[in-house]
Design a protein around this ligand. Structure first.
Ligand SMILES: NC(=O)c1ccc[n+]([C@@H]2O[C@H](COP(=O)([O-])OP(=O)(O)OC[C@H]3O[C@@H](n4cnc5c(N)ncnc54)[C@H](O)[C@@H]3O)[C@@H](O)[C@H]2O)c1
Length: 373
């Protein structure tokens, strides 16, 4: 089956990533598909229109033709309201969606009968999330880079150097959630010589972290009292929890944030799933921080967009094999054959087929299996 695949330019604030590299276009064309690329879509990641044309893509001006001529839209970030009207009924969509944090988008995809698979919920049989992992690696590393920057006095921070210097105490970093984001954040924080703790509910994960950090990170199973005590004495708190597909639990309360020293930094990376810090609300790369309870909050929902070249190379290498399968078989056929893609199914023919998203918004849920047959 030949599919027309559309690559629009991302329009979220300062978002430089693109959903396909030119060599991915060449691969799809080799499989007998057509690829339409919006002019300038790759510019933020350093890819020119000419490179897409040479790879066999058709470059067009503006998003209208990309959306109106394509069977399958492949994006990076979830559609924002300015893009809603571009979608056709029955169109297929493969992108990050984070629907548990966005009821409006969920209802739109159902109403417009868009058939969607969310990158972040594609789940391998071992429970790993192959399309979230590369961006979580980037975001975890960037979270510490950003926190270190915002601890500086000119940025409104407490004027602390993360690792201190000999003779001064290093900053204390508490990371809540020791998955991919948390682990990468811990690596960079340890590398910058901060004092680092990771709180995670999974003993198995803590055992793994114990092996890789060999005593350089404190590893703790949290409860409310422990979380409160650690947050109160931290200069940096990183939010990095995930309950697959669901809204993030609020683990750090406003009172806990208020107990931190003024000028400390909260970096809530889990903000794309609603955030795990009560005082967190989404920010953008143009205005990445705000101060609440005296604490600088960095809650950018598309952190990897700031390092667009690295992030595009990492993301598209992971998505391409799945994308080819979807283009070859259609979303329904590919999901019926591949359990990892089936886990990522979000909306199908007007039905909501993700149970955690249905629970988050009190909407009715339909088993995808009933539709796929
Ligand atoms: N803001 C961004 O730009 C950006 C980029 C990438 C990922 N993210 C988000 O970062 C979050 C983390 O992603 P990840 O890939 O590291 O997920 P992950 O599944 O690898 O790790 C999540 C960890 O949270 C732990 N956890 C779950 N409930 C917990 C609780 N109550 N207390 C402590 N730990 C708990 C789990 O045991 C797991 O180890 C997700 O919300 C993801 O969408 C955001």
């Amino acid at each position: 089956m030949a599919t027309v695949v559309g690559v629009p330019k991302e329009i979220k604030d300062m978002e430089g990533r693109v959903s396909m590299q030119p060599d991915g276009v060449a691969e799809l064309v080799h499989h007998g598909h057509e690829v339409i690329v919006q002019s300038g879509a790759g510019a933020g990641a350093g890819f020119t229109d000419e490179e897409y044309t040479e790879a066999g893509g058709r470059v067009v001006d503006g998003p209208e033709e990309v959306f109106s001529s394509s069977d399958l839209i492949v994006k990076v970030k979830e559609p924002i309201p300015e893009e809603y009207d571009l979608f056709k009924e029955g169109q297929q969509l493969f992108t990050y969606l984070h629907l548990a944090a966005d009821k409006g988008l969920t209802e739109f995809l159902m109403e417009r009968k868009v058939n969607s698979i969310a990158y972040e919920t594609v789940e391998a049989p071992d429970g790993s999330l192959p399309l979230l992992t590369p961006m979580s690696e980037v975001a975890g590393r960037m979270a510490i880079q950003a926190a270190a920057h915002h601890l500086e006095s000119p940025q409104g921070g407490a004027g602390l150097l993360l690792g201190g210097v000999p003779g001064t105490p290093a900053a204390k970093v508490t990371i809540i959630g020791g998955g991919v984001v948390g682990t990468e954040a811990a690596k960079i924080a340890v590398g910058m010589r901060a004092i680092v703790r990771v709180l995670d509910v999974s003993p198995k994960r803590l055992a793994y972290l114990s092996d890789i950090f060999e005593g350089r990170v404190d590893l703790v199973i949290p409860n409310r009292a422990r979380t409160a005590a650690y947050v109160a004495e931290s200069d940096v708190v990183v939010g990095a929890v995930l309950v697959h597909g669901a809204k993030a639990p609020k683990l750090v309360t406003r009172d806990m944030v208020a107990s931190m020293r003024p000028g400390s930094v909260v970096a809530d990376v889990a903000i794309d799933q609603g955030g795990c810090v009560e005082t967190a609300r989404p920010t953008t790369h143009s205005e990445p921080t705000y101060v609440e309870e005296g604490v600088v909050h960095y809650c950018v929902a598309n952190i990897p967009g700031a390092v667009a070249r690295t992030s595009t190379l990492a993301l598209t290498s992971a998505t391409l094999p799945y994308l080819i399968h979807i283009a070859d078989r259609g979303i329904e056929g590919a999901a019926a054959e591949d359990p990892a893609l089936a886990k990522g199914l979000s909306t199908l023919g007007g039905d909501l087929v993700s149970e955690p998203v249905a629970e988050a918004h009190d909407l009715s849920f339909t088993e995808a299996g009933k539709i796929l047959g």
